[in-house]
Design a protein around this ligand. Structure first.
Ligand code: COI
Length: 350
């Protein structure tokens, strides 16, 4: 199979001010898509104009939520070249999500080949400032028209692009440690990227709307810290050691999370991936042992956490140390091609 490219003549007006691009406001001129059927496998791979898709009101995804997605970014370096960051990791995670929800796997190499063509076609949309990028959203949905309860025999896979800043900008976040509701469970879909994990956060998020985001606790005991939904979480012990919840099936295995762990270890910081209770977190903040915390994710980049609210009390980090900015800059400098790509993570698109 080959990618068919259908170019168009009438391009959309670009965003006016890069400083106001925000997150999820703009979409580029083109998209990539391909179809799947049980008999044919993947077919009709094309790069075409960004436009509405048409599916049956009976499409399985609309009833039973058979849907998965990814979040990745393309960066424009000072040399004018587009860069992808560990893109095969996203392809592999998408396939793990697919297998959990009985969806077909994609050929990661083939999709990346199409994605590169798409990015080059949409190059004019790339923001110039460090921290801004083209957010890439690969998505797969079940489109077989049936309300019968079964895995779909037909799928649509597509990738759309959205020029974007970090989802939280430069905000220092206030988190609410959620003791009532849960995001997802171990053994359920907690460690894959599927829409339901995010939809389930809307209602508790509305209840805690004075806060920037929820800090999820484990689904059984509400005792162990998990993640923030939009990002994984790291606690900093006196500027020397990073502590982050381990991959126990209850959190998304973040690619940014993994990258920060590897950069930190390379730079001589100790990293502990382990179970961590919310009681230990607030106790360590109160004693000045945890001096800062930050979240990591494709959309969130490295976002500072200023305060955690737990059981009627607020616990503020002292910010006496500054690893949040250290890792923010380290990560971006690799992604934009400013620093040497020590780990071989960056793919330059020629
Ligand atoms: C990402 O960081 O790519 C995500 O999918 C988070 C999303 C809620 C914006």
């Amino acid at each position: 199979m080959e990618w068919i490219v259908k170019q168009k003549n009438d391009l959309k007006p670009l965003y006016e001010e890069e400083g106001k691009i925000g997150f999820g406001k703009y979409y580029t001129d083109y998209m990539l898509k391909m179809l799947y059927s049980k008999n044919k496998g993947w077919y009709d791979a094309e790069i075409t104009e960004f436009k509405d898709i048409s599916i049956s009101p009976a499409a399985l995804v609309l009833h039973y939520g058979q849907e998965i997605f990814e979040g990745m970014k393309g960066f424009l370096g000072n040399d004018g070249k587009i860069r992808l960051f560990r893109p095969m990791e996203n392809m592999n995670r998408l396939n793990r999500s697919a297998s959990r929800l009985m969806m077909p796997e994609i050929d990661g190499e083939f999709v990346l080949e199409g994605l590169k063509k798409l990015l080059l076609l949409d190059k004019r949309w790339f923001p110039k400032n460090k921290g801004n990028a083209v957010y890439i959203r690969p998505t797969m949905i079940a489109v077989e028209p049936t309300v019968y309860l079964k895995p779909s025999d037909e799928y649509l896979f597509y990738i759309i692009l959205s020029p974007a800043a970090g989802i939280y900008g430069l905000k220092e976040l206030k988190l609410y440690a959620e003791t009532e509701f849960v995001r997802a469970a171990i053994g359920g879909t907690a460690d894959i990227k599927t829409g339901g994990n995010y939809a389930s956060a809307f209602y508790p998020g509305k209840l805690r709307e004075k806060f920037d985001a929820l800090l999820w606790l484990d689904s059984q005991e509400r005792k162990y810290v998990q993640e923030v939904g939009t990002m994984n979480i790291f606690f900093v012990e006196k500027g020397k050691r990073l502590i982050t919840p381990k991959l126990d099936g209850g959190i998304l295995p973040g690619i940014t999370r993994d990258s920060i762990i590897k950069i930190a270890q390379h730079d001589g910081y100790e990293v502990e991936e382990r179970k961590i209770t919310i009681d230990e977190v607030v106790d360590n903040i109160s004693k000045g042992i945890f001096t800062e915390a930050f979240g990591t994710g494709t959309a969130a980049i490295v976002s500072p956490v200023r305060e955690i609210f737990y059981k009627d009390n607020s616990y503020a980090f002292s910010f006496e140390t500054d690893l949040r900015n250290y890792f923010y800059n380290k990560l971006l400098n690799i992604q934009y091609g400013i620093d040497e790509d020590l780990f071989n993570w960056v793919e330059v698109i020629e």
